[in-house]
Design a protein around this ligand. Structure first.
Ligand SMILES: NC(=O)c1ccc[n+]([C@@H]2O[C@H](COP(=O)([O-])OP(=O)(O)OC[C@H]3O[C@@H](n4cnc5c(N)ncnc54)[C@H](O)[C@@H]3O)[C@@H](O)[C@H]2O)c1
Length: 246
């Protein structure tokens, strides 16, 4: 129960890695805000958190929309009066090679990952500064470090999240706010389950552990970074990739 009495917000928590993070945080004792634009899956995760005996709030928001994010955080603070942890996980890809990237896809992918992460951090920062306490964990990808074929917008957005994390870590460190970034490798989520087996196997072949990761294996690391056990870690990039990128 490393997160006993803490209040966490997890974006994109309707399925996959975000859902696992929300459930792991609940098991560690935290109450959880589910910020997810899919009303059905978001509500489902909310009920799963409650089944674990913790409080949960669900907001159907688009993290790329600054107004929606600010209104959500204001409402959470009105209801709970406190937010200790923010996990920026929401995202999607619209894969394309360099010459085929469409402007609207570039904008959409950068918006959800990069602007979405900025929006949420901005919305919680004053509150965390006032409390002299906060844990922010951003979800990037190994593609943010190494690049990926047919992942132009995605790799750029995920690299941006690494730079954003480090800048925010420098700015907020003096207030005892820890800001770290996790770089997952290939993780078996509903979205990745739809990927052609041929491509999945190509990535697995390059992975030292020789297998795909499970969402819980990312959630465990995020929960650690969000806990006081990681109190002297900030600005760190933590790879959870089974050794696919070293
Ligand atoms: N699965 C992997 O192999 C992998 C690897 C590296 C990084 N990641 C990153 O981890 C995160 C989660 O990945 P996943 O595989 O669980 O994805 P997923 O597609 O299974 O789940 C993402 C969730 O985010 C929600 N979401 C998307 N856009 C949103 C928006 N604008 N506002 C609110 N909610 C939104 C979706 O509805 C969905 O519930 C993403 O940031 C992804 O880029 C995943």
């Amino acid at each position: 129960m490393r997160l006993r009495e803490k209040r966490a917000m997890v974006t994109g928590a309707g399925q996959g890695i975000g859902r696992s993070i929300a459930l792991k945080m609940a098991r560690e004792g935290a109450d959880v805000v589910i910020a997810e634009w899919n009303a059905e899956t978001g509500d489902q995760t909310k009920r799963e958190v409650e089944t674990l005996g913790r409080k949960a709030l669900f907001f159907a928001v688009d993290v790329a929309d600054q107004r929606q994010v600010r209104e959500m955080v204001a409402e959470v603070l009105k209801i709970w009066g406190r937010l200790d942890i923010l996990v920026n996980n929401a995202g999607f890809d619209r894969g394309a090679t360099l010459l085929k990237v469409k402007e609207e896809d570039w904008d959409a992918v950068l918006s959800v990952h990069l602007k979405g992460t900025l929006n949420c951090i901005q919305a919680v920062a004053s509150h965390m500064i006032e409390n002299r306490y906060g844990k922010i964990v951003n979800i990037s990808s190994i593609y943010g470090k190494s690049g990926g074929i047919a992942a132009i917008s995605y790799s750029a957005a995920k690299a941006g999240i690494i730079g954003l994390t480090k800048s925010v870590a420098r700015e907020l460190g003096r207030y005892q706010i820890n800001v770290n970034v996790v770089l997952p490798g290939l993780i078996l989520t509903p979205t990745i389950a739809k990927m052609a087996e041929k491509y999945r196997n190509m990535i697995i072949e390059r992975t030292a552990l020789g297998r795909i990761g499970q969402p819980e294996e990312v959630a465990n690391v995020v929960a650690f970074l969000a806990s006081d056990e990681a109190s002297f870690m900030t600005g760190a990039t933590v790879e959870v990739s089974g050794g696919s990128s070293m």
